[in-house]
Ligand binder design. Structure first.
Ligand SMILES: *Cc1c(COP(=O)(O)O)cnc(C)c1O
Length: 865
């Protein structure tokens, strides 16, 4: 098979058209409608045929056509404008350049990082660069595009998969089939990263048994943001190593480990090479989008420990790396988290492995599930991610809380609320996901105009559905002559519901099929029918998911309803855009709370499509009755009985559609406009739209994570890093001797009478510090309302106590402070000791805490009942 060498010849454009290759070479065309229009004008037919891919377009347009365009003054004028616009876009100051001002802001002392490296296993930038599987990749793509729009100096880092993810078709019986077209980087808007002498940059990783993994680096331009993609398809690699970057999320565990080593370790080296060659500033912050790229932290530890680094020891290097690393966790679903056999990791990071300066025991410790209930034989990438990053976040408010619960065992002794994982709610890149026909502001539009606009988008979707369905049936073996019915599929006047996403079990692709009779009734309602378009890929190894796809396809094959429910194969970005724009309602029915954020509903909202969703992820945060409907979730009583949950939640979904959604859609005024519906569309566009933007998300990342991380990392000049590491070691060693021995209160409240709310008393605690000093710790009063089990309910109030005496002959200190009784009812308090250091982001950072012994009677107490 591989005997043929592929060549691709880049076209030579007539001189006046040269700016076209500049425009094609920067992926900004993918979110810049004017540039796309220009490419379409080059050859509308071919533009459609090549799926809107400028590089392919330019390599197939006949010479005569190009010569004609080179003489077309109207076209050349547009070309000049578009090329000028791109150059301006690439060079003019944007939000980030204006934001980086402040009192201590010189050229080298900006408040904001000089550069941020953003690592992700997948990037969904355009359908023309199919290097994504689903939400994680699309989010990464939107992150880069938005960084470009805002001028944030991001460098994207990923892998270039020779076959991308996979293309989906259906067998005659509805079984998913996977295809892996070859993806030739030479036919893409990608440039090989080269040394100044023209030699391609090569990254090398040493593997066990003397094997070597080499990779080239390709660069894509995402507006202002470079995206570096590592590619192991290097002639000198052995077959196995050559195939490391064959597919996204394919292969077994060793294959996956090698991909992640290449992404993390190789990725840092690619960034170093890119910055060195172009004299770009090196990143001050490294952001890992999910745990897959976590090895980047180890590579940076190695850099700092090694002879060419500052010769830091492991612990000090780790502190430096942590300070400048941001880890975003994306899923509470265990299957979404990589866990490797410890042995496998040990083998790859052993003495002859790639990171000789870093002891294998240290590596293993970082990924160890050392918490109660953890698997001692597994190496957990998310756990390592959290240990290598001082700042971590989930992707919606709810997901932040769910992640704190989920990872709480790593911080024993702390309430889940104190686990140092925050959240930044995802957002979506409006220029990518908004239909070009939508105006920037609909406030001035009349109801009839807005309704016409929505109808126009629905009509386009109906055409798209028919075309794709026809192609799918042809592919499944039907003859064109049998497919006349496809022209009658979908009706531009009917309420259109969309459901498209990957097919892991928790997203419940087939929930709508739970009660088929009810679904039939909804689809075939005599006056208020609905039509549903469904799409989604199951992971190739997930037979359960493929069964769900087949179930849905078979249902949709039923001649009685096939004009009202369709399954479209090969869900991807280009299809997604049409669906979000053309549907009236976007349906999402995950098993709450497993949808970390979900972004497709946000993209739908940008187009005035209303959401109908379980209150999970982002929808829990921003749902309002004006924006759509909340599908009730039975995650209370029936939480663990998924079968019962499905029944309850499906029934609620049918009820909602029948009683609320459809009546609202079909409730028309004299001129045929559904006034209430259009009102909701308007609210969605004007009030929800601005919240779901990736602009908002990126600013939050910059202000709350990147900027503090850059400052923390700068402050850790080598001596400070050593000092911090030594302090942590000292505190850890001394901690067994830290104890709260005695707690007492003094003041009016203790005289036996019921104290009044607002009064205060003095809290005293005798604390052993095991040789630490009061500066090393914070002794806290923790107070609040008491629950039935005498624990402190809800959010307690925490206030520091001051040292007033000590150390006594027994080594103990006396700490003291006021305790204000600010709540009526049962009021309780206790005292605890935490490590304290100005460079910690949270008292929980070290996972160390000392509380009074469980049995003593002086453990704090309940003051009022
Ligand atoms: C937005 C998007 C997703 C993610 O959608 P979720 O709602 O998070 O499941 C997946 N695939 C494509 C093509 C998308 O555009």
């Amino acid at each position: 098979m591989k005997a043929i060498r592929r060549f691709s010849v880049r076209p030579v454009l007539p001189a006046p058209l040269r700016p076209l290759s500049e425009l094609a070479g920067n992926l900004r065309w993918s979110w810049h409608p004017e540039t796309r229009e220009l490419f379409r004008a080059v050859d509308p037919e071919r533009w459609r045929a090549c799926g809107g891919d400028p590089v392919r377009l330019l390599s197939t347009v006949p010479r005569e056509r190009l010569d004609r365009l080179a003489d077309d003054r109207g076209f050349l004028r547009r070309l000049t404008v578009a090329a000028g616009d791109l150059r301006d876009y690439l060079s003019e100051p944007r939000w980030y350049q204006r934001a980086d001002t402040g009192p201590d802001c010189g050229p080298d002392a900006g408040l904001l990082p000089a550069a941020v490296a953003y690592f992700s296993p997948e990037f969904g930038i355009t359908g023309a660069l199919p290097q994504y599987s689903g939400g994680l990749g699309i989010l990464a793509g939107d992150h880069l595009k938005t960084a470009s729009d805002l001028g944030v100096p991001l460098i994207g880092v990923g892998l270039l998969y020779r076959h991308g993810y996979f293309r989906q078709t259906l067998g005659p019986d509805g079984w998913q089939q996977e295809h892996y077209p070859v993806f030739d980087p030479n036919e893409q808007p990608l440039h090989r990263l080269r040394e100044p002498d023209g030699a391609p940059v090569r990254i090398e990783l040493r593997l066990p048994a003397g094997r070597l993994l080499r990779a080239y680096v390709w660069r894509a331009c995402v507006g202002r943001v470079p995206l570096l993609l590592l590619d192991s398809d290097v002639e000198d690699n052995a077959r196995r190593e050559r195939d490391v970057t064959d597919r996204l999320y394919g292969g077994g565990s060793e294959h996956r480990l090698l991909q992640e080593m290449l992404l993390g370790i190789g990725g840092v080296r690619a960034v170093r090479a890119y910055c060195r060659i172009g004299a770009h500033p090196q990143p001050e912050v490294f952001h890992t989008n999910e745990g897959h790229a976590g090895f980047l932290g180890l590579e940076r530890v190695r850099e700092l420990c090694g002879p060419s680094g500052s010769g830091l020891g492991f612990d000090a290097a780790l502190e430096t790396v942590r300070a400048g690393t941001v880890f975003t966790t994306h899923t509470p679903v265990p299957a979404g988290i990589d866990r490797f056999d410890r042995e496998l990791v040990a083998r790859h990071f052993g003495d002859d492995g790639e990171l000789p300066g870093v002891a294998v025991e240290e590596v293993l410790r970082l990924g160890a599930e050392s918490h109660p209930g953890g698997e001692p034989d597994l190496f957990n990438m998310a756990v390592m991610g959290l240990r290598l990053a001082q700042r971590a976040n989930g992707v919606s408010t709810l997901h932040g809380a769910v992640s704190r619960e989920m990872f709480a065992p790593l911080w024993p002794g702390f309430d889940a609320a104190e686990v140092p994982i925050g959240s930044v709610t995802n957002g979506v890149h409006a220029p990518t996901w908004t239909a070009p026909s939508l105006p920037d502001d609909v406030r001035g539009m009349k109801d009839t105009e807005l309704w016409d606009l929505r109808r126009g988008l629905r009509e386009r979707l109906v055409q798209e559905v028919r075309a794709r369905l026809f192609a799918s049936w042809r592919q499944r073996g039907a003859a064109g002559a049998e497919l006349g019915w496809v022209d009658e599929v979908f009706d531009p006047a009917v309420l259109t519901i969309g459901f498209a996403r990957r097919v892991p079990a928790y997203k419940r692709l087939t929930l709508m099929l739970r009660d088929r009779d009810r679904l039939f009734d909804l689809l075939l309602h005599p006056t208020r029918p609905v039509q549903i378009v469904v799409a989604g890929k199951a992971h190739p190894a997930d037979d359960g998911g493929k069964r769900l796809v087949r179930e849905l396809v078979r249902f949709s094959d039923d001649p009685r309803i096939r004009h009202r429910l369709v399954f479209l194969p090969d869900y991807g970005m280009e299809m997604a855009r049409r669906l979000y724009a053309g549907c009236d309602v976007w349906l999402n029915n995950p098993l709450r709370p497993l949808e970390a954020c979900g972004t497709s509903g946000m993209k739908a909202a940008l187009n005035g499509c209303l959401n109908l969703s379980v209150l999970d992820g982002w929808w829990e945060e921003w749902y309002e009755p004006d924006f759509g409907w909340a599908v009730p979730s039975a995650d209370g009583a029936a939480a663990d009985d998924t079968d019962r949950r499905d029944t309850i939640e499906a029934a609620a979904l049918y009820d909602l559609i029948e009683d609320q959604v459809a009546p609202c859609f079909y409730d028309r005024d004299g001129s045929g406009v559904p006034v209430r519906w259009v009102g909701m569309v308007r609210q969605t566009l004007t009030r929800l739209g601005p919240r779901v933007l990736a602009d908002r998300m990126l600013r939050e990342y910059v202000e709350r994570l990147y900027a503090p991380a850059a400052r923390a990392q700068r402050a850790l000049v080598p001596d400070a890093a050593r000092e911090l590491a030594a302090w942590k070691a000292r505190v850890r060693a001394a901690w067994p001797g830290v104890a709260v021995d005695h707690v007492e209160t003094a003041g009016a409240a203790c005289s036996g009478e019921e104290p009044e709310v607002g009064s205060s008393l003095t809290l005293r605690a005798r604390v052993g510090l095991g040789g630490l000093t009061p500066e090393d710790v914070e002794v806290q009063a923790v107070a609040g309302s008491v629950d039935e089990s005498d624990g402190i309910a809800g959010e307690p109030r925490r206030s520091p106590l001051r040292p007033v005496e000590g150390p006594g002959p027994d080594g103990r200190w006396l700490f003291e402070g006021p305790l204000v009784l600010d709540r009526t009812g049962a009021f309780g308090y206790t005292v605890r000791v935490l490590p304290a250091h100005p460079r910690l982001t949270s008292g929980a950072e070290l996972g160390l805490v000392a509380v009074p012994p469980q049995d003593g009677d002086q453990e704090g107490g309940v003051l009022m009942r």
